[in-house]
Design a protein around this ligand. Sequence first.
Ligand SMILES: CC(C)(COP(=O)(O)OP(=O)(O)OC[C@H]1O[C@@H](n2cnc3c(N)ncnc32)[C@H](O)[C@@H]1OP(=O)(O)O)[C@@H](O)C(=O)NCCC(=O)NCCS
Length: 180
Amino acid sequence: MQSSEDSQLLNGKGKKHIVEVRAMELDDVHKVFHLGEKLFTANSVPNLYRTWDEFEVVNLYQTDTDTCLVAEVDEELAGFALGTVIEKNRSSWTYGYLVWLGVEPKFQRFGVAARLFRRFHELMLEKGARIIMVDTEMDNIPALRFFRKMGFNNAQEHVFLTMNVDDARRRYERKHPKEP
Ligand SMILES: CC(C)(COP(=O)(O)OP(=O)(O)OC[C@H]1O[C@@H](n2cnc3c(N)ncnc32)[C@H](O)[C@@H]1OP(=O)(O)O)[C@@H](O)C(=O)NCCC(=O)NCCS
């Protein structure tokens, strides 16, 4: 079922714009991908272990259609919230995971992400989630402030380590040449 939340926001010049939050559709996929490319650059999220690429968007859209949302301002893509529901084996707990959240820079600080999150939160309640998870870089202050404002707490430090296995891979490939 498609659900949408219409509301208004004001821009700096006092002009009113309509913001609509709705389920993501096939036609949105490429726009969401391009907006994400702008937001999740190597500079702004240098260590992000989840990589933003076409497959990420297409896969989430395919597997989690009803938990992928977009926001439009005057019919222009203004933001997205892509999430999933996780049900753990041997546990009665259902978790909501907001995997990607992004707002077009010119529409930031107008409450677009807050609207997207409110709808996502509602969807998670409908799906029986008991906890909603998000994660972001430790120095992503806008995102951290945003998530705190939405009610997230209990931030847990999580150290992400990487190992460069390039040399080891070359040695391995010399030892185990691929069949022509
Ligand atoms: C984080 C992000 C989604 C927020 O979107 P947004 O639409 O601008 O957020 P909102 O306007 O709904 O902000 C709600 C509140 O969050 C906080 N907040 C949002 N952006 C902030 C910023 N740049 N600095 C400080 N606080 C901020 C404020 O408390 C704000 O309320 P206020 O404007 O009344 O002070 C947006 O900055 C973004 O797309 N960032 C790049 C992508 C990213 O890092 N995504 C999160 C990890 S996946």
